[in-house]
Write a protein that binds this ligand. Structure first.
Ligand code: LLP
Length: 440
């Protein structure tokens, strides 16, 4: 993602995001709500998510697929943002879910998504997690190895249940994204090599407790070109035909997620081109298609609001020190990810810009949201929105440096509501035990 660095300036960032607008009085607004009002009410740092943006992105995706006559069931990738309020929005739109842990599965259950509409992915599902999910009637388990196939067969068999499984194929395709989020190369830990699939699928068809119904693949995240999808889906289609040729039944093809978004002012994955790729490569296989998007649905629908603690000068360098840090939004530190940063003040949008490092208070040089970013003067107490943080933001946060977890707010229909209160300092150690304490 570092190499996708965009030179988008403040006006371009704003222009590329129709859900945002700048008002002379109220400053930066999102889905019709003044972000300053949210910060005034709930403090900073605070995550802000927009329900209308999520719904619009879901509908745009399904409309693009519908336009090609494709019957694709969308399984929202819970890992991108697992807040119950977010899951509830996608449930209401008819989405299923893609989960990677019992915790995520239980979140979907809490949010009212039918267990039958949940698929369970991941390279290491623990036996106890599998047993719980199977007993709750999970719809599909995506199997990532021969070893796991046997494990699921044993667990479900013992329970007298039959789990629907699909085999996750590693297509050995380069998704052209950051190496830390590439998952479809032969060297990656994910999936089963294509040459092992026919044997394993046939074996799965004979094992007790499981029923193989299809193939899955997921080649990576933040993918901006249809080309890697075309390659991977062509391989999946060939595999479906190969399995059928040997008399095996294949009724499901899980296309994974990975659709990228524009972090600067560039467009994200072109939906029409993506849908046309799906149509061309797998449209006539006569299988139920599944898609597991996460970032595409929620990334641009969320942001992290933060206040400036102070501006510091050190020789030639200018540092804007925020009250948000890498423990809140880890992506820049972990992947050198580029996030747009907009000031909340209308006047600041007009002010002269000069390069600054936008940093947090955590005691690491990795705690840097942006380097040499052209920024207006940002006095203490002024505020910024760190954009496109709805996916892989709050879910990856920690309390490093004993920093309480930020609050979260949902904007819906021109109003905003607190959906996670800010963690208190006391709560940081509420579940900690000092051995021997209280015994003297
Ligand atoms: N399905 C599977 C099996 C996955 O492993 C993932 C993401 C998804 C679906 C959803 O991918 P999406 O549509 O969101 O790209 N923390 C990283 C991203 C890690 C993605 C892991 N797998 C980041 O902040 O960029």
């Amino acid at each position: 993602m570092a190499d996708a660095t965009q030179a988008a300036g403040l006006p371009e960032l704003l222009a590329a995001r129709p859900a945002f607008s700048m008002h002379a009085q109220d400053g930066l607004c999102f889905e019709g709500v003044a972000l300053n009002a949210i910060a005034d009410a709930h403090g900073t740092p605070v995550w802000v998510y927009g329900a209308a943006s999520m719904r619009a992105r879901y509908r745009a995706l399904t409309a693009a697929l519908d336009a090609h006559g494709l019957d694709v069931h969308v399984h929202y990738a819970v890992k991108a943002n697992d807040h119950l309020a977010v899951l509830n929005i996608f449930r209401a739109l008819g989405a299923g879910a893609d989960v990677v842990s019992l915790g995520e599965f239980m979140r979907t259950q809490r949010a009212g998504i039918a267990a039958a509409d949940v698929v369970y992915s991941g390279v290491g599902k623990a036996p106890a997690e599998l047993a719980e999910a199977i007993s709750a009637g999970i719809g599909q388990i995506n199997v990532e190895s021969a070893e796991e196939l046997d494990m699921i067969s044993a667990i479900a068999g013992q329970m007298g249940r039959t789990a629907q499984v699909v085999l996750r194929m590693n297509p050995d395709v380069d998704a052209g994204t950051h190496e830390k989020i590439t998952t479809g190369l032969a060297d990656n830990k994910f999936g089963i090599a294509a040459q092992d699939i026919p044997y394993l699928y046939a074996r799965a068809a004979r094992l007790p407790g499981i029923r193989p119904v299809g193939i899955a693949l997921h080649i990576g995240s933040q993918i901006l070109s249809t080309e890697p999808y075309a390659q991977a889906y062509a391989k999946a289609a060939a595999m479906v035909c190969k399995l059928r040729d040997t008399g095996l039944e294949v009724t499901v093809l899980d296309l994974g997620g990975g659709l990228g978004i524009g972090y600067g002012d560039e467009p994200g994955m072109p939906l029409a081109a993506f849908a046309s790729t799906v149509h061309r490569e797998v449209g006539d296989l006569g299988v139920q298609l599944l898609l597991e998007p996460g970032r595409y649905l929620v990334g641009p629908a969320g942001m992290l609001l933060s206040s400036v603690i102070l501006e510091k000068r050190a020789g030639e360098r200018r540092f804007i020190v925020l009250d948000a840090a890498m423990n809140d939004l880890m992506r820049p530190a972990l992947y050198e990810a580029w996030h747009g940063i907009l000031p909340l003040g209308a006047a600041q949008m007009q002010s002269p810009l000069s390069p600054a490092d936008v940093v947090g208070p955590v005691c690491e040089s990795a705690d840097c949201f942006a380097k040499d970013r052209p920024m207006p003067p940002m006095g203490p107490g002024s505020r910024v929105a760190i954009l496109d943080a709805g996916a892989y933001g709050a879910v990856m946060s920690s309390t490093y440096n004993a920093r309480p977890r930020a609050a979260a707010v949902l904007v819906d229909d021109g109003r905003f509501q607190l959906i996670t209160p800010r963690q208190t300092i006391d709560e940081l150690w509420a579940d900690e035990v000092i051995p021997g304490a209280g015994e003297e």
